[in-house]
Design a protein around this ligand. Sequence first.
Ligand code: MG
Length: 384
Amino acid sequence: MSKTIALIVAAGRGHRLGGALPKQYLPLAGITVLRRTVQLFQAHPGIQQVRVVIHPDDALLYAEALNGIDLPAPIHGGATRQDSVRLGLEALAADAPDSVLIQDAARPFADAALIDRVLDALADHPGAIPAIAVADTLKRAIDGRIETTVPRTGLYRAQTPQGFRFADILAAHRACAGQELTDDASVLEAAGQTVVLVEGAEANVKITTAEDMMRAETLLGAARESRSASGFDVHRFAGSGDHVTLCGVSVPHDSALEGHSDADVGLHALTDALLGCIGAGDIGQHFPPSDPQWRGASSDRFLAHARSLVEARGGRIVHVDVTLICERPKIGPYRDAMVARVAEILRLSPDRVSVKATTTEQLGFTGRREGIAAQALATIELPR
Ligand code: MG
């Protein structure tokens, strides 16, 4: 009987700021994306072994995600997806299978029938991939202006798993090492070999964004719940200086705000609101003022950290609202820039961010211009 190995590529880190977990390690309705993908291939009778290629830094994440699943040790990937696949294939070469299915870890919805179609086509061809005919009208544009309408006849969207005769794809990957081809079919195509298409599946989506994650949970019928929490912060004026930093924007003022970091009361209140949504304590626990590494730190790091904690729980930020409370400086001229900056840090569209300002009619410490206060409200969605 011929032997087929499923090689799951899970070495991507996501090149985004903020240290969010790579998507394959996020829970999808309570089970990590990687675990779902591995189980799919383990359960298929046409596949004799599953191997996973991971980033060397992700050994702990991998062990947690696949806890209780008996697999050979993971293979360490390289700098690009193509490198990772090649290194994965090399690791299989000593006990080479007849064929290999190369699968993106972030596609947890490949069904057994789709895997069957790829395996069946491999009997007659060196390579086979699932694909879906393009249904939308395609435009080629430059700077937002349409140059031409591209005929969609004969155009397909490629999916995974992509199946290959092992010796052919290993040789092709060796020959193409160092290039940046975006899928493995291209590697075999570059070697001049035939790759055929089999019918893909619309449900076989690749999860790349928080929105994809949400849609995937809806597909799985997973319930989500909404949570809101507030945050509050105050910083006093230093009595000297030439600007304050509010909601990530430098605002000219005749006094700076005192604080260990950049004293951005707006971002501090917002960070606490997000932490509150997931019961993750407060900003002082995550970034102790006693720790010298946060001296003068830009507070966008605090906010990005809170966002990454929400994302690590499979959560999504729905809306945030910040109210700055002070007599001076005037916030109005900087409000749009503040909204844009907060949206950027939280990776939200600006219509999900609100920044407001008020005075206290010269009453209290803000009224006496002794400092600035901020309150914030964050709303998120979490898997139930
Ligand atoms: Mg503070």
